[in-house]
Structure formats: structure tokens, C-alpha cells
Unconditional design. Sequence first.
Length: 427
Amino acid sequence: MRWTLYALLAAAASAGLAQQPSQADFAAGSAMRKALRQGCYLAADDALRPLAFSPDGTPIPGFVHDRWTELQSAFTGEPGPAAVEGITRVRSVDARDSGMIGAAKPHDAIAAIVERARRTRLVILNEDHASPRDRAFGLQVAKALKPLGYDVLGIETLTNVADDERAAAAMTKLRHEGYPHFTTGTYLSDPVFADFLRQSLAIGYHPVAYEATDSIQTGDVESRMDRREQAQADYVLKRALNAHPSSKVLLYVGFSHAAERAKVEGQIKRRWLASRLKEMTGIDPLTIDQTTFNEYAAGDPALYKLVADRSGSKPTALFYHGKPLVVGEYAGLVDLQIVHPRTKRIGGRPTWLLTLGRKPSTVPSALLPSSGRRLVQVFIASERGGIPVDQVMVEAGRPSAMLMLPRTGIRYAVQERSQCNGIGQID
């Protein structure tokens, strides 16, 4: 997906921002994405900071700070600290929801998904774009569904073109190479997301690009969003469900795209991707929300507080009187709701990174700076022009967080403030 003016508007709308971003905000967001397409993480950070923080370092709530929060997850696996903001998805908990949550029983999330995925050929799992942990869970779901015949993976972020032959050729090339590049998709600059795709390709998934193309760049925001949802549904039907009639399909989407019924948002009633696919195909998809019971980013703090200490060490789904419980803004709109446990850390990094098959390792002393700060990156040795599999920011004279290394051949690189990916590689 190209990071167009429309995409920026859609991001603002889906995040529930109270004020429309300014042209300066759009310019900062575009500069960030341009830098990331070249692998320039520190330049992307530089593009956002002037509008994300005041001169004294105070966070400025809004669109740019949200983009900065997302970017920080590419350095650590966790979003940067959120500013106080008017996000509509954060709300008080009504007594009925609180009572049901208190009486609900947690079930293993993967087991609950697998049981229900057997009954359909379409699973739709959402994510919070600022939460790499969601992507690590997406990989767990992809692995669990593979034995059931799921071998098509549609990912919202994949760069798309309207021409079906060109799009198919790009996906064939991606599958043949086995790993993404910085131009493969907007959010894939997050090392966790890139590894989700890399590992999914390795176990045999066929990637499908379904993001709307530039044919929806005119009209007001609502009409653009409506056309975007329909364009996405048309692509999924044509390129995933119809093109692979013997396959089952996993769609990995952002936020409300997983809502399988019309969703009331303020004064607007929106029909998102899942609801359109259900109507167009007659397939009852298994729809899953993992953004509500989430300690990161746009997760609902009031709801999360009620469940955070009850889910143990693995993701769970709550069941009330034997049936899946869904509360908050997705009540009645999805089939399952995932509760992510509180984050624990090892060597300054979240332990859920271990689910990607990683091992904690100290940063080689040769890569530590003698002064200032630098980004230490780890790449898969066999990849050229790929995306880091992990990276951490290190500072002279201060303890460094550990790297989370894959169990395969790697190469290191460092990136300084004014430099880009690949400078100072050490093989």
C-alpha cells in the first residue's frame, strides 16, 4: 500500500482522532514513510519528532505522535509511550460488561480459534498497527491453522496494484524470494511484522495483496473509506477465495476491518471489510479481535485492567456460560476476543518475542558506540535488501537491551543518525 493522503486520513479516522490532521502532520507522516521505504529508521524518527513533541520534550497528542508511537515499536517490539488523547475506543466499563468479565472463564486462545476455524474457510484476525505483539500472535495463528488447510494469507499492508496479473506476479516473486523488502508493504518496516510474513512464507502460505489502490483518491473521507472497504472485499474475493477454491484463507487486517456486521462509530454506521465479504460470499467467517484487551497502544485500559492478571502467560479468550465473550466496541461484531497477558521482559525485551523462535543475546561489543547513539541491526545472512529481523538502539556508556536473534545465520549492521541501512555492516 502506498502511503497516500487517503491512507493518512484513513489512519486518523480508524484511530478515532478528535481533530483532522493538518497538512504539516500529513507532510511529517509522508516523510516518515519515505524514509522507511529506504530503511532509514533514524531519519523516520527525525521526521516525526518536531511535531510529536514540544521543545521541552512534552508529548503533543495527535496524529504525528501516534505515528511516532508506532515507529518506536520497530526499535524495541513495543510502542513508545502514548500521549493523553481523545481516542474514542478508550471508555468506561458498564456494569453488565464488568459482571460478565468477572464471571467469565479464560480458555486457551489458539485452541479456541482452531476449533472454530474448522467450520469455515475464512478467518479474519485484526491488529493494532502500533502493537508488534499482535503480529507475533498472528504468526501463531497462521501456524496453528496450516494443518487445517489454510494456506492463503491476505495481509492489508502488502503493496498492491489494480492489475491482477501484475499483482499476482509480485506475490509470486515474494513467495519465491521468501522474505519482504522495505517496499513490500507499509507496516513491514516493523521487524516483527516482516518476520510474521517471512515465517508464513516458509511454511507454505500464498500471499495475497488486497489493499485498495489509487482509484479511491477522490471525494470526502467517508466516501473514500466506503470505496476502500468495497475495493478490498472485491480483491479478496477475486484473488484469494476464487483464485484458490480448494484453499482456506487467513486475512490479517487492521482494527475494524474484522467487524462482520455494520459498526456504529459516532454518528456514522460503517460496513467494514468482513461484513461485505460475509454478504458477498455467504461464508460466515471466524472473526477475531485482539486490539481491545491489549495493554499496548489503542487497547482499552479500563477493560484490560479487569482481565490482565487472569490470563496467565498465554493469550486467552474469555467464555461466559460456555460461549465466547466479546465486550467493548466489538460486542456483537466479532466471534472471539483475545486477551493478551501482561508483558514480561528479559534483557530489556518483551518475552513474547520468544514465540518467534528467538534467543536473547548481548550486543557484540564491537558494535557499541564510543559516543552518542546508534541503531544495531540484525539481518538474515542469506537476505539482500531485506528487513532487519531485530534491532535495538544503543548509547555509549549505558547498558544495552539484548538482541533477540533467530536460530539461523545472521549478519549485523549499524545505522547512525544520518545514515541508512547497510552502513558499517559486519558479517
